[in-house]
Design a protein around this ligand. Sequence first.
Ligand code: NI
Length: 298
Amino acid sequence: MDVTRIMHCIGLRAGFSVLLVCMLATASAEPIMGLQTTNIPGIWPEQGDSVVLTNSVAETPRFLPDANKPKAKAVHNSSRTKRPVVALTFDDGPHGVLTPKLLDILRAEGVRATFFVLGQNVSLYPDIARRIVAEGHEIASHSWSHPSLPSVSASRFDREMRDTTDIIEKTTGQRVTMMRPPYGALNDRVKRALLEDYKLDVILWDVDPRDWRRPGPGVVTRRLVDGAHPGAILLAHDIHSGTIAAMPDTIQQLKAKGYSFATVGELLAMDEPPVAPPPVPRRRKADAPPISVSGEGG
Ligand code: NI
């Protein structure tokens, strides 16, 4: 590309930017001011991240959040953040003995986690559910009684969802915004109902230590630590003693590798939209007939 051509391109680009700024300014003065001064904590990339913000309005709209518009609900396996942060998640509790032990460990380590609880266990252990929230953890739905949701009737599905949200909110005062389907089992009908009717984010995982097979604490720790990456959602179950025994080492080894811990909600708030245009959506396995991601996993 010779110099003349480069200058020509710069000219075109600058001209386009000016034109666009004028068009936007004519439409509304407010957004333009917002565009150039916006600095929303938790959404904008921080120092050290590779996304570079420029002063050109024409180059930035792809990254601009609309503060007034709620983010669309979606299925998440992880967060697209480059920060060394992971989310520990615990399913199937609360357990009368093991969940309090886990909460002691998390408190001692200064770690907050996310608990996907069963409604029936919240009804058995409301004090433990309240303690989860009181100690800064996030609580979310894992259904009432752990059925594979694609296999249940519409009325049972509604009861599983509604009753669980009700008991979590009435017991803890925390609003339910996320759901993890038992076994990670989804089909189109269930996915659409969770996202659109119940307005819940569907949270799966991308590191599964298969702790439900009780492989021993050392193996659970190794699988979680080896699988961790920035933005990872780590799956575990607070109903297995080996999982609880694995947690001190797991947390300490992850800290030693430079990781810090966030709740799933916090991790998703760090999600960074891709710089390149998103790829054409691929058909997910979960759109096919009901699946079980990992046997009893989830
Ligand atoms: Ni489960």
